[in-house]
Write a protein that binds this ligand. Structure first.
Ligand code: GLA
Length: 395
């Protein structure tokens, strides 16, 4: 649906160059009935939170023009590439770098004086096919030669990419999702780990620091409130610090749902990492309506949208309270017309962000900027006996 709205907007822009102006662009809603414009008489999210931390959104090239760009610039003062800075795009062929799309995002951020986060340097997904293969195209097998080759590739990649952006990217997710609490030692059995052990983590941080000494370096992961997982992550960060591996903070992805984790668990987690003398950021926030991969609603009820608004209120109240330990909050998307959750873990309706599919405010937005304007809370959600309001609207 969002794609449809975007396609129409793209066509409008392509067909009539004079309509490119961000301030005058008008898009059609999916029904084609009513034109929409960005709401101008509402508080900016980032300005409202100006005393606390920068507020970011994950973006893609579709966000750089028209109404999306207008919404982005009004409400966010930080951005991160949803995909464009992943290795499969930046080094699709060994030694052949392609910065074109990522540069567009960075240029936009600079032009609008937004902070740019870099995401992500070493991950087990979205890698180019050649990365874990030898010259003959066979999978690298663990052994000293493979290890040396892979670490060399990692160093070259990080030096090239981080130097390219140097001071334009203020914070990097250096390694992503390296912890797997199901392993006895807590380390994800990725090809990185299978071939280099934990050396790739050290190499990634050291190479990034050499290439951009002023950039803040983060380790990023999901489910950081899970007690087992966060203990493994805590021990790793403590060990990196003890060995002077340059790490500045923990990125908490925060792909969560309207029921959990609790804000107490989030605060406890942030406090825990702060005791190591490092920074924290919320890096990929979105709030799903579902707490399992099976449910799917043809339409989301108004009650569930309101409940999501209260969830965002509670989250941002907690983030504000954590101001001295939290240096940024980034949402994983700009508006509900473009979110990975519509396809993952299954294809279904998801509306996890602050603005709706027509780029208008939702209760989630009011929960962040002015909770006094939230509609009254649904009665069923207040009842302890029935805490989980079904997200589907009744037929
Ligand atoms: C993880 C990654 C992100 C993104 C999301 C899903 O959280 O860190 O880059 O791919 O999954 O979109």
């Amino acid at each position: 649906m969002g794609i449809r709205a975007f396609e129409i907007l793209a066509m409008v822009i392509m067909l009539s160059p004079q309509s490119v102006s961000v301030s005058t662009a008008v898009a059609q809603t999916e029904s084609g009935a009513s034109p929409i414009q960005i709401q101008s008489d509402i508080p900016s999210v980032y300005q409202t939170l100006g005393d606390y931390f920068p507020v970011g959104a994950a973006i893609w090239p579709g966000d750089l023009s028209g109404l999306h760009a207008e919404l982005l610039v009004k409400h966010f003062n930080s951005v991160v590439a949803e995909n464009a800075m992943k290795m499969e795009y930046l080094e699709p062929t060994e030694s052949v770098f392609d910065f074109r799309v990522a540069d567009e995002l960075v240029d936009f951020a600079k032009a609008h004086r937004m902070l740019m986060r870099g995401h992500t340097l070493a991950w087990h997904q979205q890698n180019p096919a050649w990365l874990f293969k030898d010259a003959e195209g066979n999978d690298l097998q663990p052994g000293p030669e493979s290890k040396a080759l892979l670490l060399r590739r990692l160093k070259t990649y990080i030096r090239t990419v981080v130097s390219h952006y140097k001071d334009d990217v203020y914070a990097w997710d250096v390694v992503n999702e390296v912890i797997d609490p199901a392993q006895p030692d807590g380390f994800r059995r990725s090809p990185w780990f299978e071939i280099t052990g934990t050396d790739y983590i050290d190499t990634a941080f050291r190479s990034a620091r050499e290439a951009a000494p002023r950039a803040k370096l983060f380790i990023n992961d999901f489910d950081t409130t899970d007690p087992t997982k966060r203990m493994f992550l805590y021990n790793l960060v403590r060990d990196l610090k003890a060995r002077d591996v340059p790490i500045d903070g923990v990125g908490h992805q925060m792909h969560i749902n309207i029921h959990g984790p609790s804000t107490d668990a989030i605060a406890e987690t942030i406090h825990m990492f702060s005791t190591l003398g490092i920074d924290n950021q919320i890096t990929e926030l979105d709030v799903s309506f579902y707490d399992n991969p099976k449910d799917s609603c043809p339409a989301i009820s108004q009650d569930a949208l309101i409940e999501q608004g209260y969830r965002y209120r509670d989250l941002f109240q907690t983030f504000r309270d954590l101001k001295s330990e939290l240096s940024g909050v980034t949402l994983w998307g700009l508006a509900d017309d473009h979110t990975w959750l519509k396809k993952f873990p299954v294809a279904r309706l998801e509306l996890p962000l602050l603005f709706d599919e027509h780029l208008r405010t939702k209760p989630a937005y009011w929960g962040v900027v002015d909770p006094a304007r939230l509609p009254a809370r649904p009665v069923s959600a207040q009842s302890a006996a029935e805490p989980e309001t079904p997200p589907c609207s009744k037929p």
